[in-house]
Write a protein that binds this ligand. Structure first.
Ligand code: ADP
Length: 803
């Protein structure tokens, strides 16, 4: 909200740049006290405040003070030679005996104040002076900053601000101020001393310190945050430079201007703090320059950056190498550099915004804050006006906030880009796997189909053995392809459940009978123990439920060298709406060590691949089963003991399926006559010659006759209901695919059964297939029994064997 407001304000500023200046002109005076504001002035060393009102800010003690150059007095002596000089003024701008006063030296200033009548305790607010002072009131020392002396050795500079109570016994306060400077480029007092109520002055000072400490804390913590982002993120230099800039600047907030740090730690070494004051300025600007460069390298002039950075480094080196009296002179050239640098920064951000660089509009907004701060500082530095403390605070907070917004914005947009790239990669991977699987399934169809055919052609025993191996391997390959594809789909969150009425007991029995032969071959007993009360149908996904149970049973057989595998289905609870069932697959096999029991549910993990009795496995089965159940809010559990056996089980609640009248007999097993499809006339629509050959061979064997169309268009031309009873339609074909052909056939009113043949996973195409008008679906590579079952279910009744 606030951001939007700021942005809109900024937008209007961009439209009318003058508008910003007008705003500045209106609001600045509200917070800035101009130097020319009328206050009582001292004349000839006397300030008459008897008729003055003291307000919360206090009154400035400005005007003509007595000056005793090269004297350190504790009270003004009327007999000593003195001159009246304006106070406060740096020595560079003061004259003594018509000569400019040198910046090094010592002096005493004196002022008599005729106090206003008030019963409230009074106090003086004392700013720093260059570079040491001692203040006497009516001859008593009441405050000092460092130690003023008559030489560099006897003088100790210090910079801090203080509020000291004054308790004059008479109505006149005689101030005597000793000032000495031997260590700084500037000498003398330059800020106004003020008199006011003790409580008001103390409160104002506390507020000022609180604001400074708060601001420094914000900058320091912000700096640390971006440092962390740099160290633990992707080492983006802009984060590093901004963090160092913030940290260095946070020192300046408490270590300069109001010197909160010096007040709270009064024994700091003056030389150290003076070095820090200058170094932090030069280095923070260096960091800001580098930061801006890293932010918008294409919009900034490299040579200007080098010049700025080089200047900052030279200034910093000079600070380290030169004596204090020399390096403190660097401030003026540095301000000149800033006067060029800030407008240039403004220009760079403007170009960046024009080029739509990320976050540049915040950068541009921040330059307004920067400009504002600069103007305020300049006003104060050249003593044109005294800005209210809050205004600078707001300026600084605004500037740093907007700058950190740029980085946050960039960080977020990098993250977004990375996420998009990752998603794109994931999509590409999933599409690639989909295509691959499709491409592998099509030739597999021929391999499996042909093997089946050859097995039925009474092969010699040695040939049968080889064909069995071939069929086994091809089926294994198919399982692996399916597993990979399935897992990929689950990971991509693309799996959907086709809910419909299912008969759990029949599914369980069919799976057990399906595996009974392979179990018997291995000498393992396999049985299903099903709760007799489970006689009704429930709502569930037939394919997915079968898949989970098959996986568990298959594993149990795989990992059981001898003994038995039991599939149990027990009813836990039943209401008139749903039923809760526990399904378990128990084996007496090799078991799983406790430390491996979690791991095996991860993808591609196997306890010991040598234990798989020659069965290949991808280690995906359990991962898939677990995810399929989890997507239905069901947990897959395991109890296992090595050498004893394992039990995998889950408890799932299924809604009850509505009871329906079964009108049509359901074909549940495969017809068993020699020619189950005698005289059924089938149109095969398929472009792959090998697949055509496989299908034709089977159909011929089952007694059906077939005709072939190699694409959808041809099928449209060839199909004749008087000559055909059923269509086997491939989905992916050149010229016209199976979807389009079926749609057009239905459109022209054909009611002939059309069975889709697809190498895609059934669930992927199911929805689309039925909505177009297909009658059923068979997935390639097809199991001949499955193909026969589906054809028999839909072919005209003449030859169907119903069980
Ligand atoms: P795969 O069977 O293809 O290797 P799974 O994810 O189905 O992959 O199983 C992962 C591993 O868990 C298996 O390799 C095996 O080590 C272990 N495992 C699974 N079921 C059983 C079981 N019934 N008995 C012993 N170990 C099992």
């Amino acid at each position: 909200m606030t951001l939007r407001l700021l942005y809109h304000t900024y937008k209007s500023l961009r439209l009318k740049p003058l508008f910003g200046l007008i705003l500045l002109a209106i609001f600045l005076p509200l917070y800035i006290t101009p130097a020319w504001a009328s206050t009582p002035r001292a004349e000839q060393g006397v300030l008459d405040l008897r008729n003055s009102e003291l307000d919360d800010k206090g009154l400035q003690l400005g005007g003509e003070w007595k000056l005793y150059w090269n004297r350190l007095l504790t009270s003004a002596s009327p007999t000593e030679y003195h001159e009246y000089v304006p106070f406060p003024k740096l020595w560079a701008h003061t004259t003594w005996k018509q000569q400019p006063v040198p910046t090094k030296g010592y002096a005493t200033y004196a002022l008599d104040i005729l106090l206003p009548t008030t019963s409230e305790p009074l106090a003086l607010y004392l700013p720093e002076a260059y570079s040491a002072y001692a203040l006497y009131a009516n001859g008593n020392l009441i405050a000092q900053n460092g130690e003023p002396g008559i030489s560099a050795e006897t003088t100790t500079p210090y910079w801090s601000q203080q509020v000291v109570p004054v308790t004059p016994s008479t109505d006149t306060l005689r101030l005597t101020l000793q000032v000495a400077n031997f260590h700084h480029a500037k000498g003398g007092p330059y800020k106004h001393i003020r008199i006011g109520y003790l409580s008001a002055l103390q409160a104002a000072q506390q507020v000022n310190y609180a604001l400074d400490i708060f601001l420094a804390g914000c900058l320091f913590m912000g700096g640390l945050f971006f440092l962390g982002l740099y160290l633990f993120g992707h080492h983006e230099k802009s984060n590093l430079y901004f963090s160092l800039f913030s940290i260095l600047y946070s020192y300046r907030v408490v270590g300069t201007k109001q010197y909160a740090l010096h007040t709270f730690f009064p024994h700091l070494d003056w030389s150290l703090t003076l070095h820090f004051e200058y170094l932090s300025l030069f280095l923070s600007i260096l960091m800001f320059t580098l930061y801006t460069y890293k932010l918008y390298p294409k919009d900034i002039n490299k040579y200007i950056v080098r010049f700025m950075a080089g200047s900052c480094i030279s200034f910093a080196l000079a600070t380290l190498l030169l004596p204090t009296t020399l390096f403190t002179q660097l401030i003026i050239p540095f301000l000149v550099l800033m006067a060029v640098g800030i407008p240039y920064t403004f220009y760079v951000y403007w170009v960046a915004a024009r080029n739509h660089r990320p976050g540049a509009r915040y950068a541009l907004m921040s330059t307004w804050a920067l400009l504002f701060i600069f103007v305020v500082i300049m006003l104060e530095y050249f003593r044109i006006a005294t800005p209210g403390k809050l205004i600078l605070f707001v300026g600084y907070i605004g500037f740093f906030f907007l700058q950190s917004l740029i980085l946050s914005f960039r960080f977020a947009s990098t993250l977004k880009k990375a996420k998009e790239a990752a998603e794109l990669g994931l999509k590409a991977k999933s599409e690639f796997l989909s295509t691959m699987s499709h491409e592998i399934r099509t030739p597999l169809n021929s391999v499996i189909g042909m093997t089946h055919l050859m097995l039925r052609d009474a092969p010699r025993p040695d040939q049968k053995e080889q064909l069995d191996v071939l069929l086994f391997s091809a089926n294994n390959l198919l399982t692996i392809v399916n597993d990979i594809l399935d897992f990929n789909k689950i990971e991509a969150g693309k799996i959907t459940f086709a809910m419909g009425p299912i008969d759990l007991a029949t599914i369980a029995r069919n799976i057990v009978s399906g595996y009974s032969k392979s179990a018997a071959d291995l000498g393992i007993e396999i049985r299903a123990v099903i709760d007799p009360s489970l006689t009704f149908r429930v709502i569930g996904d037939h394919t997915r439920t079968s898949q989970v149970i098959s996986n568990l049973v298959q594993n149990a057989i795989k990992f059981t060298p001898k003994g038995s595998v039991t599939l149990r289905l027990g009813v836990e609870d039943q209401t008139d709406k749903d039923v809760t069932v526990t399904l378990s697959v128990e084996d007496t096999g090799i078991g799983i060590a406790p430390e491996k029991q979690q791991e095996i549910f991860e993808r591609f993990t196997q306890v010991d691949s040598s234990a798989t009795r020659g069965f290949s496995g991808t280690g995906l089965g359990l991962a898939i089963s677990k995810r399929i159940l989890e997507l239905q809010q069901v947990d897959l559990h395991l109890d296992s003991e090595p050498g004893v056996g394992s039990t995998f089980y889950f408890t799932q609640t299924f809604p009850l399926a509505p009871v329906v009248e079964v009108t049509k007999p359901v074909v549940s097993t495969v017809p068993t006559t020699e020619k189950p499809l005698e005289d059924v006339r089938i149109l095969i629509v398929e472009d792959n010659k090998m697949n055509v050959l496989v299908a034709q061979n089977f159909l011929k064997r089952w007694g059906a006759t077939s005709e072939v169309a190699t694409n959808g268009k041809e099928a449209l031309a060839k199909l004749d209901p008087s000559r055909h009873d059923l269509v086997l339609m491939d989905l992916h074909m050149p010229v016209m695919d199976g979807y389009e052909a079926t749609r057009l056939l239905r459109e022209r009113g054909e009611s002939i059964p059309i069975i889709a043949l697809t190498a895609s996973i059934a669930q992927e195409v199911e929805g689309r297939i039925y909505s177009i008008g297909f009658t059923d679906i068979v997935v390639k590579p097809f199991n001949p029994n499955e193909l026969l079952r589906v054809i028999a279910a839909h072919a005209p009744q003449k030859n169907k064997v119903v069980v």
